[in-house]
Design a protein around this ligand. Structure first.
Ligand code: F6P
Length: 328
């Protein structure tokens, strides 16, 4: 059997570890694995990963040493052409022409939505792996890269706290996460932030200022407010609005942005990557398709792609309440 792999959308720490698990699981059972460069664009361009020996396919040793590396060996992109019905059909035709039997796309919501659409027009099997820092997919407790990105955010916030405390300041720290507050909320709890602004719980400017005034009255001298990207048009705009509405702390804003996507994956992301990559191959060998490999309650599971991509995953209310309780 010939299995194709690609990474698409925003890169996330652990994609390489996933790739390694896929290659090792498939090649050790006598199957051939090929990699497409730059996500779905690589299928349309028939652009294969070429290893150091000049070979188009992966060998066991091609993936040596990559378990600890951030980014992705296969590079990534968002591919507008593939997202059109014509582009999806073209990809299906090319996969047939190349003799690819199954595809394992690693990526987030956009990637797996594309995979589900491809499955409607292509006869090959498709099992995706959840590679995104956003943790916004249903059917898996965590996505590959999420925990590393939270670690990066917590490291940065810990440093900002030193300056915030020294200068009696408030820092607004903008974090990625697309439409999902997971990274922001987890960072807030882990780094002891006073306020988290997440899309799931929109707050009025006056209410945020009231909370800040209350914290000021109760003797807080430094504040860290983590803000999910896009919230109130970003931290710069939010800072201005808070200033006008009477925020009692002098403020500075920091956008962490793409910093959260880089770096070596933490052990938990590497393990999740190994579990999902392994299950994706085993699932394909069992004849499964149109699925995502995830991990729920420490158990590797296959969930329908449709379930994984449908609706916005919402942060649990008990974590929101927990932050409220411990940040007073
Ligand atoms: O989905 C991953 C992500 O990093 C989101 O958190 C963010 O909204 C988006 O990608 C940024 O995309 P780009 O790298 O194209 O700017």
């Amino acid at each position: 059997m010939q299995i194709g792999i690609l990474c698409s959308g925003g890169d996330s720490p652990g994609m390489n570890a996933c790739l390694r698990a896929i290659v090792r699981t498939a090649v050790s059972q006598g199957h051939e694995v090929v990699g497409f460069m730059d996500g779905y664009q690589g299928i349309l361009n028939e652009d294969f990963y070429i290893g150091s020996a000049g070979a188009h396919r992966f060998f066991m040793r091609t993936v040596s040493g990559i378990v600890k590396r951030g980014g992705t060996l296969l590079h990534s992109s968002r591919c507008p052409e593939f997202a059109t019905p014509e582009g999806t059909q073209k990809a299906a035709d090319i996969l047939d022409k190349l003799g690819v039997d199954a595809l394992i796309p690693i990526g987030g919501n956009g990637t797996l939505t594309g995979a589900h659409e491809l499955g409607k027009v292509w006869k090959g099997q498709i099992i995706g792996c959840p590679g995104t820092i956003d943790n916004d997919l249903n059917g898996t407790d965590f996505t590959i890269g999420f925990k590393t990105s939270v670690q990066t955010a917590v490291d940065a916030v810990d440093k900002l706290r030193d300056t915030a405390a020294s200068h009696h300041r408030m820092f607004l720290v903008e974090l990625m996460g697309r439409h999902c507050g997971y990274i922001t909320l987890h960072t807030a709890i882990a780094a002891g932030c006073e306020v988290a602004c997440i899309p799931e719980h929109p707050q009025k400017i006056e209410d945020i200022v009231e909370k800040l005034q209350d914290l000021y009255r109760r003797g807080k001298t430094s504040i860290i407010m983590v803000v999910a990207e896009g919230y109130h048009d970003g931290v710069m705009a939010l800072q201005e609005k808070l200033e006008k509405a009477g925020c009692p702390f002098p403020m500075r804003s920091v956008v962490l942005g793409h910093l959260l996507r880089g770096g070596d994956p933490c052990p938990e992301d590497r393990i999740l990557a190994a579990q999902t990559g392994n299950l994706a191959v085993e699932g394909i060998l069992r004849g499964e398709t149109d699925k995502m490999a995830g991990v729920r309650n420490n158990q590797a599971v296959l969930v329908p792609l449709e379930e994984a991509i449908t609706g916005h995953r919402v942060v649990p209310q008990d974590l929101v309440d927990l932050l409220e309780c411990v940040s007073r």
